[in-house]
Design a protein around this ligand. Structure first.
Ligand SMILES: [Zn+2]
Length: 344
């Protein structure tokens, strides 16, 4: 079987996936028109430029602007639920077996929805997605770096009742250059006490010391991106010693200029040195990518074999926030499908 077809068929796991960065462009357009949002472009092919980054994207800040319009239409329960169902449909069609969705509920509360309405709309979409498309998912609640530390504490407190009911973890995301992780220490201490799993965006576009703070002071079990860890011996050592998994998002890292060019990405060195790397998309719409494209980059740019790709996917199973029992089941399912494709 030719390689592209094999990549279509292999079982996949996605751990770093922002809901609001992965909405179908046609859905954003349709809902924006329905809600009379002023648009500069209403023809789909041209409209995409407003929700997807171009080659000229120069920074994470600019990258984050592509979420603005999507957030406008994600202020209603029915829209949120529909979006979640659609993205699960899209992922299931690519044979993604398990996904950890993430979003900041506060970003969907600007139109008057409560925290509970937002989270329950997402959970209800996840449940329907599971029934219709047989794809398992969990939710990670994001605390935004540029929001107040008090709000992060609120996210942790309000989300507590959903732990074990679809919510598995908290995350810190957003503008890393201007807001260091230690600002939100209190929220993450509480999250640890409550029994959330913890992942933190760190070392994406700024100081490697953020990776150290994330692990030591915010109790991160996984690091989002972690590109800058390569530049600092202590960060590197800590990741290896703690067995911290790194959620790598190759295309996104080039777009946000976390790395200046793909060949400068440390993925290969991380993989060879035994760091638990996982491959993810970050935002399928904003970054215009999917897991297959990311695996193709591993093969074409970094010389990964199909066996290496399988190892990276098994890393994701292992680093997932599923229970040990669920991990075993997922690992068995993934192994079985690889075996059928003659990939050991
Ligand atoms: Zn991210």
């Amino acid at each position: 079987m030719e390689e592209g077809r094999v990549l279509d068929k292999i079982p996949k796991v996605e751990l770093h996936y922002h809901v609001d960065g992965s909405v179908r462009p046609e859905t954003i357009l349709e809902l924006a028109l329905k809600e009379n949002v002023k648009l500069l472009e209403t023809e789909l092919s041209k409209f995409k430029a407003y929700v997807q980054v171009s080659e000229e994207c120069t920074s994470l800040k600019e990258y984050l602007q592509k979420f603005d319009l999507t957030l406008v239409i994600m202020q209603r329960e029915e829209n949120i639920k529909r979006i979640v169902i659609e993205l699960l449909e899209d992922l299931a069609s690519q044979n993604v077996k398990y996904v950890e969705l993430r979003c900041s509920p506060y970003l969907f509360m600007k139109g008057g929805l409560s925290f509970e309405q937002v989270v329950e709309s997402i959970l209800s979409g996840m449940m329907e997605g599971k029934q219709k498309f047989n794809i398992k998912s969990n939710l990670i609640l994001i605390c935004m770096r540029h929001h107040s530390p008090e709000e992060s504490v609120e996210v942790v407190k309000k989300g507590k009742k959903y732990i074990g009911k679809g919510v598995v973890a908290v995350d810190l995301a957003g503008n890393e250059a201007d807001f260091p992780p230690e600002l939100h220490k209190e929220a993450f201490k509480l999250a640890k006490e409550y029994g959330y799993h913890i992942t933190v965006h760190a070392g994406e576009v700024a100081a490697p010391k953020n990776v150290i703070t994330a692990i030591k002071d915010l109790y991160a079990e996984r690091i989002g991106h972690g590109v800058y860890a390569e530049k600092d011996e202590e960060a590197y050592r800590l990741i290896r010693e703690c067995g911290t998994a790194v959620e790598v998002c190759l295309t996104s890292n080039v777009q946000t200029h976390a790395v200046e060019a793909m060949e400068m990405h440390p993925i290969k060195s991380y993989f060879e040195k035994g760091i638990k790397v996982t491959i993810n998309t970050d935002n399928t719409t904003v970054s215009n990518t999917n897991l297959k494209k990311e695996y193709e980059i591993l093969i074409n740019e970094f010389g990964f074999s199909m066996k290496d790709i399988k190892a990276v996917i098994m890393n994701a199973v292992d680093a997932s926030f599923l229970s040990e029992e669920e991990k075993k089941q997922l690992a068995a399912e993934v192994e079985k499908e690889f075996k059928l494709l003659n990939i050991q």
